[in-house]
Design a protein around this ligand. Structure first.
Ligand code: UDX
Length: 458
């Protein structure tokens, strides 16, 4: 089939290359000529395992290309909308301006199809009610029908999530009415459906809500265990013990139950806030009011890291702190709402001499904190540190050896903001280590606050 993907950011670019992989003839469009040029040259504009290979395969097959010109996609049978819906500059709601302007540009070229059946499929995350209002515009063009088919891909697993999704959700205007558009979208996803992927057809609003509520639920699960972590800190319990045992109840499960510095990224924080704004607009703000608390717990974890740093160092002014990690999660170069960078900024504000390193996200870190704050390479970043703060759990940091690392720093002090290091092993190697949601020292051992620091320079 002839397919277009409008908006080739993270979601759209992966979707376009995946559709070419399924055998379709795909054209991706973006208003950013630099992005289009990079993709057309086979270069991924972001770090995503497996994507560049997929992109190059698509380009080499002749089934994938990119453009900035809407005229070039006028003849496609199916148009996917992969535009971003960021948080509004002046509120919690989602900014739909990119989506609306894409719909207007598409509507201007579609009459070239002379009324032939054309499917427009929204993939962006939008507040309930958006599809119905966009359909009112785009369906005025003869032959055009709109569906909503939210995307659930995770960064770091984007290719896998697109080609082997947990489920496909199709939003239609009325799920009780036989609808040709379902068969059209089935034809696009035929290889996935043949492999047994479940497809669920539902109303527009339900499809929109599946996506925002999935992200709000994931954020809630993370904040829940982080709230328990606060309780652990107050009582001397170890949150990793609590989490391990909780997750063994298969009604709860282990996933998204890792306590630490909390969630960030381009989706969870803004989708949670957009859900709140949308619920307010529909007069049911109280029903999801607890999501304010979910957001607040998440913010408190970041503040907690700064408090821990101050407990360990006293005055932070002028102290050399190395932050390991800048991306919002490992295997990504995305720094949007990154907890690591937020903590680094707070430490800087407190007067610390902060150095940030990351295997992939240095450019983003330099934009946010200034290039003088960014160091490439873990060893160089650790040199001279009074305190190391691990905030993004890249494998390289999880695998750090305490004895070797000790030789690189000035003072062996560590805050494990993701609970990925074994505190006992680090203590045995002479480190003072604090974690989020874990006691300052094993039971029976006086906590560092209770005793003057006995650390010796490495
Ligand atoms: C998320 C959703 O998972 C995905 O389905 C949706 O399509 C887009 O938003 P993503 O933003 O890629 O995906 O990140 P995700 O893997 O969900 O992680 C979000 C944040 O939560 C990260 O900052 C991560 O470090 C944090 N996290 C995750 C925790 O703090 N604890 C956990 O147990 C899990």
């Amino acid at each position: 089939m002839k397919i277009s993907v409008i908006g080739i950011g993270y979601l759209g670019a992966v979707h376009a290359a995946s559709m070419a992989e399924l055998g379709h003839d795909v054209i991706g469009l973006d208003v950013d000529p630099a992005r289009v040029a990079a993709l057309q040259a086979g270069r991924a504009p972001f770090h995503e395992p497996g994507f560049e290979e997929l992109l190059r395969r698509g380009l080499a097959s002749g089934r994938l290309r990119f453009t900035t010109d809407y005229e070039e996609l006028a003849h496609a049978d199916v148009h996917f909308l992969g535009l971003g819906t960021p948080q509004q500059a002046d509120g919690f709601g989602a900014d739909l301006s990119h989506l609306r302007s894409a719909i207007a540009s598409l509507a201007a070229v579609l009459p070239a199809r002379d009324g032939a059946a054309t499917l427009v499929v929204g993939k962006s995350t939008v507040p309930a009610g958006t599809s119905r209002s966009l359909a009112a515009t785009i369906e005025q063009v003869a032959g055009v029908r709109l569906m909503w088919n939210p995307e659930f891909l995770r960064e770091g697993f984007a290719v896998q999530d697109t080609l082997t999704p947990d489920r496909l959700v199709y939003g239609v205007p009325d799920p009780d009415v036989e609808d040709d558009r379902v068969a059209l979208l089935d034809a696009v996803y035929a290889p996935l459906l043949e492999h047994g992927v479940t497809r669920l057809v539902m109303g527009y609003e339900a499809a929109e809500l599946v996506k925002v509520s999935a992200n709000a639920f994931l954020a809630t699960k993370i904040s829940f265990i982080n709230a328990v972590a606060e309780m652990c800190e107050a009582t001397g319990a170890d949150v990793t013990d609590v989490s391990r045992a909780l997750g063994m109840d298969d009604r709860i499960g282990h996933k998204f139950l890792r306590a630490g510095v909390g969630y960030g990224g381009g989706c969870l924080p803004k989708d949670l806030r957009a859900f709140l704004a949308s619920a307010e607009e529909h007069g049911v703000g109280e029903a999801v009011g607890f999501l304010h608390e979910v957001d607040a717990v998440n913010q408190r974890r970041r503040a907690r890291v700064v408090t821990l740093a101050a407990e360990m160092l006293g005055d932070l002014a002028g102290r050399r702190i190395t932050v390991l990690g800048a991306a919002f999660k490992p295997d990504s170069d995305d720094v949007r709402e990154s907890p690591a960078l937020d903590v680094a900024a707070r430490l800087l504000e407190a007067g610390a001499d902060v150095r940030v390193t990351d295997p992939e996200a240095l450019a983003g870190a330099a934009r946010r904190l200034g290039p003088e704050r960014v160091v490439a390479g873990t060893e160089d970043a650790l040199a001279g540190a009074d305190l190391v703060v691990l905030l993004t759990e890249w494998r390289e940091y999880r695998d750090l050896d305490p004895a070797t690392t000790r030789r690189l720093v000035d003072m062996p002090r560590m805050i494990d903001g993701r609970n990925v290091l074994d505190p006992r092993q680090w203590r045995e190697a002479g480190w003072e280590i604090r974690s989020l949601g874990r006691a300052a020292a094993p039971r029976g051992v006086p906590s560092p606050e209770a005793t003057p620091s006995v650390l010796v320079p490495a």
